[in-house]
Design a protein around this ligand. Structure first.
Ligand SMILES: Cc1cc2ncn([C@H]3O[C@H](COP(=O)(O)O)[C@@H](O)[C@H]3O)c2cc1C
Ligand SMILES: O=C(O)c1cccnc1
Length: 353
């Protein structure tokens, strides 16, 4: 399948399932609408699944791992080798997201989509497209074909996980330098100056921040990405981690599976997916706001409603995993709670404000 045919088959979330889910919430013996965003997102998930009978959640984290050539510009606090180390640690289940996912009952799938060195690890999905991208400050990150291949990897992975019974996907990543590529995507797709969208990522000195903004400014000048063509943008100033995650968002929409958006890197990928196929937004669920400056801008552009404003800026999918227990608790009420009829309370005749 091509990206184009996948997109042609993406349909909006089911309106009738959402109406039934709204009715279900309204019948529960509690003040109307009192679980706020928890109700809103469960209704949206009913629309995604196409049924108000939401299945028991079987959550997975897809962590797209890749190296970014722009690290050569001194835009990160740690070296490129950290990408490989943390990706292998994801396989041995010893990273922040793995620890959190275990508590949330989610399985982490680390994917080598573009790490610079070959990796060992029984849980790593070997999907390497190229061993690290080009340095965007002087050349394109990758070819258009490579970006398309990465997007297709993401789409196919969602299909594989669906076949294994997974029905909720969190978008994670590991890639030193990927807050630089994410800020570049924000600058191009949102049409905002690099200095406004660029933050310190995993940590950066004042001088480092100046270098990062300069690298992004040069990346845009050298590569001239076309803002009306998101695949062009992600191939020129993005990365394989971002392209792979964009595919995960498209795959979720295609397969009717909700995809939890994480922080600024995941949001950059979500925006790429939304530019390729606007209906894919119907299948995105926000998690946290991210402390990076581009975070709030992406949230607005995507129309996300984050649950958490917690100053998080870790990546790996940690914010997305952090809302899984919230969704699970919302479902406990939605599925199991008595109704006004059950306990013989008369529902309000008028909306009591
Ligand atoms: C040890 C370590 C573990 C991480 N886990 C996630 N990130 C996060 O930081 C990276 C992006 O920040 P920047 O653009 O500044 O490199 C990504 O890998 C992201 O997932 C990490 C970063 C480090 C150093
Ligand atoms: O917002 C994020 O997800 C983020 C910020 C900094 C570093 N890694 C991830």
């Amino acid at each position: 399948m091509t990206i184009e045919t996948i997109c042609q088959h993406i349909v909006p979330a089911s309106q009738s399932a959402m109406e039934l889910a709204q009715k279900r919430w309204n019948s529960i013996a509690k003040p109307l609408g009192s679980l706020g965003l928890l109700e809103v997102e469960i209704i949206r998930m009913a629309g995604m699944f196409g049924t108000a009978q939401i299945p028991v959640l079987k959550p997975a984290v897809i962590a797209m791992c890749a190296d970014n050539g722009v690290v050569a510009e001194g835009v990160t606090q740690t070296g490129q080798e950290v990408t490989a180390i943390v990706t292998e640690n994801m396989s041995s289940r010893d990273t922040s997201v793995c620890r959190m996912a275990r508590r949330a009952g989610a399985t982490v799938f680390p994917v080598d989509i573009g790490v610079a060195v070959p990796l060992q690890g029984e849980h790593i999905l070997q999907k390497n497209i190229r061993r690290g991208t080009g340095n965007i400050a002087i050349e394109p990150a990758m070819t258009r074909q490579e970006a398309e291949a990465a997007i297709l990897v993401g789409i196919e992975l969602v299909g594989d996980l669906k076949a294994q019974g997974y029905n909720l996907i969190a978008t994670g990543e590991m890639g030193i330098g990927n807050t630089t590529t994410s800020a570049a995507i924000a600058a191009v797709l949102l049409g905002i100056e690099p200095q406004v969208v660029t933050g310190r990522g995993a940590g950066l000195s004042d001088q480092g921040l100046v270098r990062k903004i300069d690298a992004i400014t040069r990346a845009i000048a050298v590569n001239q990405p076309d803002p009306s063509d998101a695949i062009d943008v992600v191939s020129k100033v993005g990365g394989l981690d971002l392209a792979g995650l964009a595919g995960v968002f498209l795959g979720g929409a295609y397969h009717h599976i909700p995809v939890l958006v994480d922080g600024v890197i995941s949001m950059a990928a979500a925006l790429v997916a939304a530019e390729i196929c606007p209906t894919a937004k119907d299948y995105m669920v926000g998690s946290h706001a991210s402390a990076e400056p581009a975070g709030a801008l992406f949230v607005d552009a995507l129309g996300l409603k984050p649950f958490l404003f917690a100053g998080m800026r870790l990546g790996e999918g940690t914010g997305a995993v952090a809302v899984m227990p919230i969704l699970d608790m919302a479902l406990a009420v939605y599925d199991e709670m008595s109704t006004f009829d059950d306990i013989e309370i008369e529902a309000y005749q008028e909306n009591p404000q």
